[in-house]
Design a protein around this ligand. Structure first.
Ligand code: ZN
Length: 318
């Protein structure tokens, strides 16, 4: 029988936990920024490295005061349409002629529909000093809740960042690195061993080694999955073969997310529909997916309680 997606799926309250602020840029905004700076951004990408090339060129165009505030504002407008009530936005916190973290935080605090927190998006292909500078930049900014690690995995193992993450944890940040996207399960195990993560972004290639999947379960580490991103970057050959089914069956807790919706032309309601179809979820199942996003978030407890109540109310409405 065909799978029925709830018609009011967009209204299901959700938390988004794997999203890069610079990757949320609407295509129209990206074109405007590109025209302004004379940077040409290739549209096509087929894997992580070619995507990163486009992403970095786009990143180069966000040079003016007000650009990061605009990114936050436009993300929140788009997010609200997908029922997102809480988001943890990864962002590169340095490398601008202006204080883009301060302006992003200020704009986020102005938003009424979406509560926004930030994650330090450390680029693994740059010297670790860049990560340390980002950690310093976040000092005293209460809305920064975690440290992340992104960029090309191959050749840049998590172990290069052990001291940085240990210091971040001492300062009260959670650990939420990317792993197991373009490198296999051994990289996920290495990340678990070296960065003490509460959450791993992607982590889908864990399924290639059952002991690594078990390690996620045993250590209570949640994944933050992004099905469309994985399809477009060749991490799964077809959406039907996405690893989330095996992860669900193995008892790994995960949230579903968009990663870089401005590039991948996706939204969170659509990602929930994909997951729901692959797992053949009923209304309760969709509610559980949303509940897992809230439970595995770094949101304040009061907000979590409010979202749990609203998700339960949505489940009952069907
Ligand atoms: Zn990502």
């Amino acid at each position: 029988m065909a799978h029925n997606v709830p018609p009011d799926l967009a209204a299901l309250p959700k938390a988004e936990l794997h999203i890069h602020l610079e990757g949320t840029t609407r295509p129209s905004t990206r074109e405007e920024f590109a025209a302004r700076t004379g940077v040409s951004i290739p549209r096509g990408f087929t894997d992580l490295n070619s995507f990163i090339e486009s992403y970095l060129l786009s990143w180069q165009t966000m040079t003016q005061l007000g650009d990061y505030a605009r990114l936050v504002r436009e993300y929140c407008e788009d997010a609200a349409r997908s029922g997102i009530r809480y988001a943890e936005l990864q962002m590169a916190m340095i490398g601008r002629p202006y204080d883009q973290l301060a302006e992003a935080v200020e704009e986020a605090q102005r938003q009424r529909d979406v509560v926004v927190k930030f994650i330090i998006d450390v680029p693994r292909a740059l010297p670790v000093e860049v990560g340390w500078a980002m950690l310093e930049k976040a000092k005293g900014v209460d809305d920064v809740v975690a440290i992340g690690l992104g960029g090309p995995e191959d050749g840049f193992p998590a172990g290069l960042f052990t001291e940085l993450f240990a210091e971040a944890k001492r300062r009260g940040y959670k650990s939420a690195p990317h792993s197991g996207e373009d490198v296999g399960p051994e990289a996920v195990q290495h990340t678990i061993d070296t960065l003490a993560p509460e959450r791993i972004l992607h982590g889908v290639r864990s399924v290639e080694e059952p002991t690594v999947v078990q390690s996620l379960v045993d250590n209570n580490i949640a994944l933050a999955l992004c099905p469309t991103s994985n399809l477009l970057l060749g991490v799964c050959p077809t959406i039907e073969q996405h690893q989330l089914r095996e992860l669900w069956a193995a008892g790994v807790t995960f949230s579903v997310n968009t990663d870089d919706p401005g590039f991948f032309d996706c939204d969170l309601t659509g990602e929930y529909a994909i997951a729901g179809r692959l797992l053949d979820l009923d209304r309760e199942g969709y509610a559980k997916l949303a509940l897992d996003s809230v439970d595995t978030s770094f949101a304040p407890e009061r907000l979590k309680a409010e979202l749990r109540r609203d998700i339960a109310a949505w489940a009952k409405r069907g």
